[in-house]
Design a protein around this ligand. Structure first.
Ligand code: PGA
Length: 256
């Protein structure tokens, strides 16, 4: 089956209010009407309303980089799914490797967030990925498999229509080192096979698996051309209108 590519920018803790709005306006101008691929950007929380306004009129989805697993209450510094929806967020990135490895989020916490986001009507990008020592020790699928299995615990077949998985090898994030298209394809295929054991063929065929980790205009085509790579989650290169646009155009060319 053919899956629509999903290309998303994760701005992380970057931009100012002005530069974030200018970036959103810039990509809305260049690729805001693209139909052939699905698009989204995740600005910092405090810029969501302003960036959402700058994206208005285009097809680029407003996304968030994280959320709390709870509804409301004494969770200083956190943001709930209802708050995200209030300001127009449609998709939330959960379990990003920086959340796991810098902030100590466990598979179990990520799982609670996934269930909560889906229950509250947000789409989810569930990030998974191994560290360099895991890859070198031959444990890639032990780690990634566990992240996928626990991350999707309690997620029904129907809810899987709202889930994208992002495979982001930690050693490739922000390092300039990209997984080779073959390395990425191999892991994507293994993730899809694992999903086949958890759900039925319909879910497995429809699931989009993005690749993330130093995706740039120069390597996007080759990565996106792999049969089990259904999009990209882009950090650094999503911060420049020309680079993000070029990656999206590579996706559009493949979709035609
Ligand atoms: P990068 O980040 O493109 O800067 O490597 C990817 C990500 O962390 O989502």
């Amino acid at each position: 089956m053919s899956r629509t590519l999903f290309i998303a920018g994760n701005w992380k803790m970057n931009t100012s209010l002005d530069s974030g709005v200018a970036l959103a306006a810039g990509i809305t101008e260049t690729i805001g009407q693209v139909e052939a691929v699905d698009l989204g950007v995740a600005p910092p929380f405090v810029y969501l309303p302003a960036v959402g306004a700058a994206l208005a009129g285009g097809k680029i989805l407003l996304m968030a980089q994280n959320m709390c697993s709870e509804d409301h209450g004494a969770f200083t510094g956190d943001i709930s799914s209802a708050m995200l929806k209030d300001v127009g967020v449609r998709v939330v990135i959960l379990g990003h490797s920086e959340r796991r490895h810098v902030f100590g989020e466990s598979n179990e916490l990520v799982s609670r967030k996934v269930v909560k986001a889906l229950a509250d009507g947000l789409d989810v990008i569930l990030c998974v990925g191994e560290q360099l020592a895991d890859r070198e020790g031959g444990r890639t699928m032990d780690i990634v498999g566990e992240q996928v299995r626990v991350g999707l615990e309690g997620v029904s077949k129907a809810d899987m229509a709202s889930v994208t998985i992002a495979y982001e090898p930690v050693w490739a994030i922000g390092t300039g080192v990209t997984a080779s298209p073959d390395q990425a394809q191999e892991t994507h295929a293994a993730i899809r096979e694992l999903i086949g054991g958890l759900y039925d063929a319909e879910v497995t065929d429809a699931l989009r698996i993005q690749y993330g980790g130093s995706v740039k205009p120069g390597n996007a085509s080759e990565l996106l051309a792999q049969p089990d790579i259904d999009g990209a989650l882009i950090g650094g290169a999503s911060l420049k209108v020309e680079d993000f646009t070029a990656i999206v155009e590579a996706g559009v060319a493949l979709a035609q």
